[in-house]
Design a protein around this ligand. Sequence first.
Ligand code: AMP
Ligand code: MG
Length: 520
Amino acid sequence: MKLREIPVHPHFSKYLPADPSLENRSRPVNNSCFSFVSPVVPSSPKYIHHSKELAKELGLEILPNEVSSYLSGEKSIPSNDFKPFAMCYGGHQFGNWAGQLGDGRAIIIAETDLNDQLYQFQLKGAGPTPYSRRADGFAVLRSSIREYLCSEAMHHLGIPTTRALSLVSTGDKVTRDIMYSGDPKEEPGAIVCRVAPSFIRFGNFEIFAARKEYDELKQLVDYTIFYHFPHLGTPSKETYLSFFREVSQRTRDLMIHWQRVGFVHGVMNTDNLSIHGLTIDYGPYGWLEDYDHNWTPNTTDRDTKRYRYGNQPNIGLWNLVQLANALYTLIENPQPLEEILEEYKETFHRDYKAMMLAKLGLYNQEIPKEFIAFTEEFLNRLKLDYTIFFRLLSEEPITESRFVEIISASSYLNKETVEAMKGYSLDWLGHYLEHLDYETTNWEVRSTKMKQINPKYVLRNYMAQIAIEEAERGNYALIDELYQMLLNPYDDQPHYQKWFAKRPEWAANKIGSSMLSCSS
Ligand code: AMP
Ligand code: MG
């Protein structure tokens, strides 16, 4: 099927209350789930890349010129009854209620039923909406490349995420002050077309509860359950609780995945948490390199580090508490909600432990949790690269000399310091070998299993940054190379060996390569 042949019909925008005003200026929007708004027509949209894999899953055959016209805001996909719209939501930002936020620069350009599954197609960076507040509604190329590549990389890592179908440049300039230092610059504008069953966030429910718009709250919850969680049953207090339980479980599972691969989202505000448990809104995210629970790539969060790697699971829970508060008015009984939150904590600790042990190739659940804490301390003190260390551990049977090689290949410390800590490292190895002794699986089986959860290739920030710098000079080759490599992150791909390497020294403190602001 061609893009222009997709059966586009309103869905979210048919069954839920619309903003009666069509005025496209920043304003409060009450009693509504969304506002109709059209994308801006870009001056010179150009194709950069698209996900053939996602297109295939959707049953689409897309040509570059179709991407640059239908997925840029230039032309709309034909439909008799669908009109583009932006969603209304609120959110807790950095721990504080921020009121109305909404799709300030995202516009849903299609709702469609493909292969019996609902999808929304959304353009990110297609111009202002009533939710743009004081911002312009556009997106720059650098942040669009980061979102495009990472969405697809996450999917191929097996991690729930919104997808990215395409990336186009708009031909228009967007002004940004990257480090908020009073030095604004013009940058190339771009648009990512994102695809998901829906872009509903925790904040979509919170806004109605905060405004005491309980009818709209109930309508949105009933809609979400009916179309996206139909197995939970018809509306009732019990069903709402099951809904909360499932969102809680999906959020917990997502946190385990993020911790497993060392993904740090960077801005886990409640408006950036998907009700489906998908990774959503790729902003100043990053990948853990030298292991550190306190690391965050987000410069805006550098003082309190609320969204640091080690705190993500707690924040997942904190955000669920906010969602529980919003759903409370429909359930009217705090106790079962509290039980579900308690369940999150307990099952998180259990599953996190199992996940870390599986990364080490240990499947014997009798191992004390102190060994996990020891492993984390060891990774941190030796400044081991999270991806490289676990991958190398998965590749060959462990001996003392192999272990020494792995440490030197993955540590960011200098040789002398590594040498000085040898006794400590061997102490960790001794404990590890003792646990391995109890494993009944043979090495080949264990290695295969370990490689399936310890990726070889992740989208390190410096890699994205090189691709961005080349793209800003008009060369998109590296976007494609990284894209192709990240299709198979768990496979050994010898021709991409140069990307299985520690972060180079020049990237350690470079903006874009190890730290990022929210500016996008
Ligand atoms: P974020 O934390 O980046 O997901 O964004 C928080 C809020 O700011 C959301 O409501 C976004 O839609 C809005 N926002 C971010 N950037 C822009 C922009 N350039 N123009 C309009 N709204 C924006
Ligand atoms: Mg957001």
